[in-house]
Design a protein around this ligand. Sequence first.
Ligand code: NAI
Length: 254
Amino acid sequence: MALKAYDLSGRTAFVTGAASGIGRASAVLLAEAGATVHCADLDENGLHETRALITEAGGAARTHTLDVTDRARLKAAIASVDRLDVMAAVAGIMHSSTVLETRDEDLDRVITVNFKGILYACQESAHAMIAAGTRGSIVTMASGAVDAANAGLLCYSVAKAAVVQLTKTLATELGPHSIRVNAVAPGWIRTPMTDRHDEVLQQRAEATMVRMSPLRRVGEPEDIAHTVLHLASDASSFTTGQILRPNGGVAMPW
Ligand code: NAI
């Protein structure tokens, strides 16, 4: 009976960043829970791979190749969904530079993708949910970076802190529509994003996770997908405006 709360049969989810890492794992798990999943990303090949994984698992998926910073394109993709129940706004990029080395163009790019990309997804999905009268769930992707001072991560941390504020503010505004809004703030997760990152930093972070985490391991995308499913489903029916931290007990491992 308890598992019924996780059943998304007959519901529709939209996942940004679905071509890779946490977004892909979330899209696959939401589909395994029964949702029809609309997968959006810049990376067309990655989207096709995600769709194949969903289809192999017996699920249903559509793909939308788009840039989340293109509000008009995102709006059109969301409008193509019959009745939106779940938005998981996951797409994001990593950027490292010290405060003294941070250039305007770096700050603009990271804020645009990591904050505005999530803001647009929230706004457009909220309009769609209100119009359809769905008791929807919006899940945003923050980061453990908001809980610590992170040398070299100014732009990223600022954008993710803005996502936290957006999530809490929107939850208060959408509550009267029975729409819930929550954020996930993962710790260090092994994905193509962290693999692409500075190799020394990556090895140090992974070693620290294994040493410091009470669970003695690095996080995997599926660990975060389970938190996304929890927030997307009725299992979290009285949870809104919250920041959940699947981080193995360690906010930031450096
Ligand atoms: P990833 O690099 O594996 O996946 C990110 C996806 O977002 C990629 O498929 C990429 O093509 C897509 N994307 C990037 N910019 C886009 C744009 N403008 N429009 C459309 N799609 C775009 O990265 P990962 O690790 O799966 O990260 C997913 C989210 O989780 C990000 O928001 C990241 O900041 C967040 N996160 C990741 C952590 C980690 O340790 N991997 C920790 C905390 C948060």
